[in-house]
Design a protein around this ligand. Structure first.
Ligand code: 6GU
Length: 252
């Protein structure tokens, strides 16, 4: 996977993604990251990239030409028109299905806007996907592109070791992860659940699965609509729902 980030702040991208698992994946060659400075494609003698909005109003708008030049430099380098993701709070909200879909691409371009936005005409010309990372407003697309690159890279073959593998983590099966414990067996008077110390693997698996269902019911109940549960697990969920209902009607 080769990520191409078009931005006014290339250092933010390379420094933000240069460490930890993503940094290691770059060193090992499983992913590549190029941050292109849009300012390098300004034709203005002062390297200006923004101007006042036609029609008036607050703030500045990023001009079409430097953005298009930065985009064209990527197309010329790779020899085809890749998917171009524009990071905007107006986009579709990023989720795990989109992660897995984007992970199949060979190249991905992330276009990071600033100020009041980018001239609409260049967006119409180059953007294939409008993506938001949630319902709040950030100062630019750099952090969202880093969030997306981190999430997508976990699905690029080779990036995670077997131990780090995505297989057993949150959102598989649309259930949240069960709680984890490590030594000591008692801390501040709190004991690790007995079953985890029992060595009985079948019981441990059953307990973990039930904890996942309980946690999902309490924290993200809407995910349960999409979870695939066995008949026994559905019965367990119904029992939990009744208990939760009783607790709400009868608080201690
Ligand atoms: Cl993708 N960009 C900006 N500027 N703000 C956001 C966002 C993106 N997603 C949520 N807020």
């Amino acid at each position: 996977m080769h990520y191409h980030v078009l931005t006014l702040f290339p250092d933010m991208i390379t420094q933000g993604l240069g460490t930890s698992i993503i940094g290691r994946a770059m060193e090992q060659g499983f992913i590549q990251l190029s941050a292109t400075n849009i300012r390098d494609y300004s034709s203005n003698k002062h390297m200006k990239v923004d101007d006042y909005p036609y029609g008036g109003g607050a703030g500045m708008v990023m001009q079409a030409e430097p953005v298009y030049g930065a985009y064209q430099s990527v197309v010329e380098k790779i020899g085809y028109k890749p998917r171009v993701i524009y990071l905007t709070p107006q986009g579709s909200v990023f989720n795990q299905s989109m992660v897995e879909e984007f992970a199949n691409e060979k190249d991905l371009v992330f276009l990071c806007g600033h100020y009041e936005g980018i001239d609409e005409r260049v967006l119409e010309e180059v953007v294939t996907d409008y993506v938001s990372i949630g319902d709040y407003v950030l100062t630019g697309g750099e952090l969202p592109s880093m969030v997306m690159i981190d999430a997508i890279s976990r699905f690029v073959p080779g990036v995670l070791s077997n131990e780090e593998s995505a297989q057993f983590e949150s959102f598989h099966d649309n259930l949240l992860e069960y709680p984890q414990y490590s030594r000591p067996a008692e801390w501040k008077g709190k004991k690790v659940p007995d079953v985890l110390l029992s060595g009985h693997h079948a019981n441990i698996e059953k307990w973990r699965r039930e904890q996942s269902i309980l946690r999902t019911l309490l924290r993200r109940p809407e995910l349960l609509e999409e979870a695939s549960l066995t008949k026994k697990e559905k019965e367990y969920l119904e029992k939990l729902r009744l208990e939760v209902g009783r607790k709400i009607e009868n608080p201690e």
